[in-house]
Design a protein around this ligand. Structure first.
Ligand code: ATP
Length: 308
């Protein structure tokens, strides 16, 4: 087995009576991009804060880069990078000043600071922005600066909390290119997201709901192991059909996608076409197609979101 960058056992954190994280077991292999996928409030930030040593667990244990948390939190600070959900740099400092400030915090020797900053400015395409106030940059530029800041000390392990929630698809794609480059160089990355396409790019991921890990594994494996058939139906009255289907215990979810209804049916049903044709709103002439699962289907199946 590969070495683990993160090894959490039965990790829990309560806030009063709220169980924000419950009995989380997590094994993140070194060099991997690991995703936390889940809706708002499911505990992604809390889990990240526990894994960075910023928050103490109510119970359970965490080992990060071979060291116990929270005991070794200070020592680990130099080995991990953390890009928080909100832009955490200074709006009223220039791009270069922000990086210079961070290089001092992370005790980069004075002689190396300039070289490291220039390398980051070039890598994150910020050369022409070096003297611009961070507060006046676009969302994509701020995000690249935040990543430059989080990696200034070349951490072995990088935590990114919903890093692309405020940027357009092209900037998101570019950002992921940078993450793959970091991963290729051996950095382990744990990234939280609620975007399915983003989760699909991860080597492995965990699906969280209400503080509980509902599933984990490689995205492809999670899709292959799904305990549901997926049928797309083209019928005249999709709204009525949807209402009809949602009353059936075998139906996990039904979502309209343009002119089709995408229906997830439990694998307890052996012949899913026959099952669909037995519904009053489905006619024998309606188009029915069994399709391959997506990560969103996995998510809906293991969190019960489709029934809400
Ligand atoms: N310091 C705190 N005190 C009390 N409750 C908290 C605290 N931090 C988090 N919580 C609660 O714990 C739950 C999980 O919050 P968390 O921020 O970890 O979720 P999240 O998945 O990161 O959400 P989002 O995607 O909206 O950032 C929420 O119900 C939140 O209100």
């Amino acid at each position: 087995m590969s070495e683990l960058a993160i090894n959490a056992r039965q990790l829990s954190r309560n806030f009063g009576s709220l169980k924000a994280i419950q009995s989380l077991d997590l094994a993140v292999e070194k060099g991997c991009i690991y995703g936390f996928l889940g809706p708002n409030g499911c505990g992604k930030t809390t889990a990240i804060r526990l894994l960075t040593g910023l928050l103490r667990p109510s119970s359970g244990s965490v080992e990060v880069l071979g060291q116990q948390l929270p005991k070794s939190a200070n020592k680990l600070r130099m080995e991990i990078g953390y890009m928080t959900q909100k832009f955490s740099l200074y709006d009223d400092l220039t791009v270069k000043e922000n990086l210079l400030f961070l290089s001092k915090i992370f005790a980069i020797p004075a002689k190396q600071q300039n070289k490291r900053i220039q390398a980051l400015l070039s890598l994150y395409e910020l050369d022409t922005k070096a003297n611009q106030m961070a507060g006046s940059m676009s969302g994509g530029q701020r995000q690249r600066l935040a990543l430059a800041g989080a990696t200034i000390h070349q951490p072995k392990l990088l935590f990114l909390d919903e890093p692309t929630s405020a940027v357009d698809p092209e900037n998101r794609r570019n950002f992921w290119e940078k993450l793959f480059e970091l991963s290729d160089q051996g950095t382990t990355i744990l990234v939280s997201s609620h975007y399915m396409d983003e989760a699909e790019r991860c080597h492995k991921l965990a699906i969280l709901e209400a503080g509980i890990k509902r599933a984990d594994g490689k995205p492809q494996q999670l899709m292959e192991d799904m305990n549901a058939h997926i049928v797309e139906v083209m019928a005249d009255d999709l709204r009525t059909l949807k209402q009809e289907l949602m009353h059936l215990p075998e139906v996990i979810s039904a979502a309209q996608l343009g002119a089709r209804l995408r229906v997830l049916v439990s694998k307890q049903v052996k012949d899913v076409k026959q099952f669909m044709l037995a519904q009053p709103s489905v006619k024998a002439t309606d188009e029915l197609a069994i399709v391959r699962p997506s990560l969103e289907d996995v998510f809906v199946t293991c969190t019960g979101q489709g029934r809400q």
